[in-house]
Design a binder for this molecule. Structure first.
Ligand SMILES: Nc1ncnc2c1ncn2[C@@H]1O[C@H](COP(=O)(O)OP(=O)(O)OP(=O)(O)O)[C@@H](O)[C@H]1O
Ligand SMILES: [Mg+2]
Length: 306
């Protein structure tokens, strides 16, 4: 990981090796279709010829993508997988950058905005000479809350305005090599003016089909030397649906199961323990819904409503 010079507060580059390390033991389930769609989109943008680019200009189509979904559904991982595939299959001349928002936001008035401007300036420089940029703006909501809801200070609001201006500066003619991914868990809290500036907005919903669920459970069970029976899978899939787990929640249950297997006083019966975990385990979506209720004083939000 490399932090850029002091001036570009918050810009971080992850090397291909670092990304590969992050995804080395990972496998995503339920996101194949979206991943394929986004891969094709990025590939078309990165390899477009002049005629294609003229078409893009008619619609102001830039490679800017907003991914939204509750936490723990695989959004950030999906970006790592996508970058890895683009690097291997489309162009080696692409580099991955992200913004450390904690470092970008600065208590000095106007400094956050200047940091963000500098970040984009640095990336525009890097984009010259046929190099491509994959920029991940994760946790976008941390500085792009809707103006009507926002309690934030002036500096944060200015940073949001700067982001909108920078997204406006991206032109289909000159920036087809500049991929920008924004991610948020709470799209209805993100300012509609920011949301609309992303060309593509996709729900990264990894709700698993029965078949994907079976594959995921077999994959997670394997290191434990356990193979769930069809009857067990039926029960667990019912619980998965009725309790509305995310894919990440299920992985977290297996984490507990592994620790129980390794550290429990007595030998545990894996199917019983797993069933119990599915019946009582932590639910990200439920937790998020409760948090929203508190934030919006009981009024549910909806995408784009601000
Ligand atoms: N669809 C999925 N298939 C397999 N594993 C998943 C999936 N979604 C999430 N996970 C696992 O859950 C963990 C969290 O994933 P990730 O950080 O990509 O989610 P996220 O949506 O970005 O979460 P957050 O919004 O909290 O940042 C990772 O270990 C990841 O491998
Ligand atoms: Mg994430």
């Amino acid at each position: 990981m490399s932090y850029f010079s002091q001036g570009s507060g918050g810009l971080v580059q992850l090397t291909h090796g670092e990304i590969q390390q992050k995804i080395a033991q990972q496998k995503l389930f339920g996101l194949d279709e979206l991943q394929q769609y986004l891969f094709r989109f990025c590939k078309i943008m990165l390899t477009a010829n002049r005629d294609r680019i003229k078409d893009f200009s008619i619609y102001d189509l830039t490679p800017s993508i907003l991914l939204y979904c509750p936490p723990n559904t695989g959004k950030t991982s999906l970006c790592y997988f996508l970058f890895d595939r683009l690097k291997r299959e489309v162009t080696n001349e692409i580099n991955f950058y992200t913004v450390d928002i904690g470092r970008m936001l600065d208590p000095n008035l106007g400094q956050s905005s200047r940091n963000l401007e500098q970040i984009f300036q640095d990336l525009h420089e890097l984009c010259k000479d046929n190099s491509s940029v994959f920029l991940l703006l994760d946790e976008l909501d941390s500085f792009c809350m809707s103006r009507s809801r926002a309690q934030e200070n002036d500096g944060v609001r200015r940073a949001m305005t700067t982001l909108m201006q920078e997204l406006d500066k991206l032109s289909p003619v000159t920036h087809n090599q500049f991929l920008v991914f924004g991610i948020t868990n709470v799209p209805y809290f993100v300012d509609p003016a920011v949301v609309r500036r992303f060309s593509i907005k996709k729900l990264a919903d990894s709700r698993l089909s029965r078949n994907e669920f079976n594959n995921y459970l077999n994959y997670l069970s394997k290191p434990l030397g356990y193979k769930p029976t069809n009857k067990e899978l039926d029960k667990l899939y019912d619980l998965y649906q009725s309790r509305d787990f995310t894919a990440g929640d299920i992985k977290a249950l297996y984490k507990v199961l592994l620790v129980d297997v390794l550290c429990g006083e007595q030998d545990i019966i894996i199917p019983d323990t797993l069933l119990n975990l599915f019946e009582t385990g932590f639910l990200t979506r439920e937790h998020l819904a409760n948090t929203h209720k508190e934030l919006s004083h009981g009024k549910p939000g909806s995408l784009g409503n601000g």
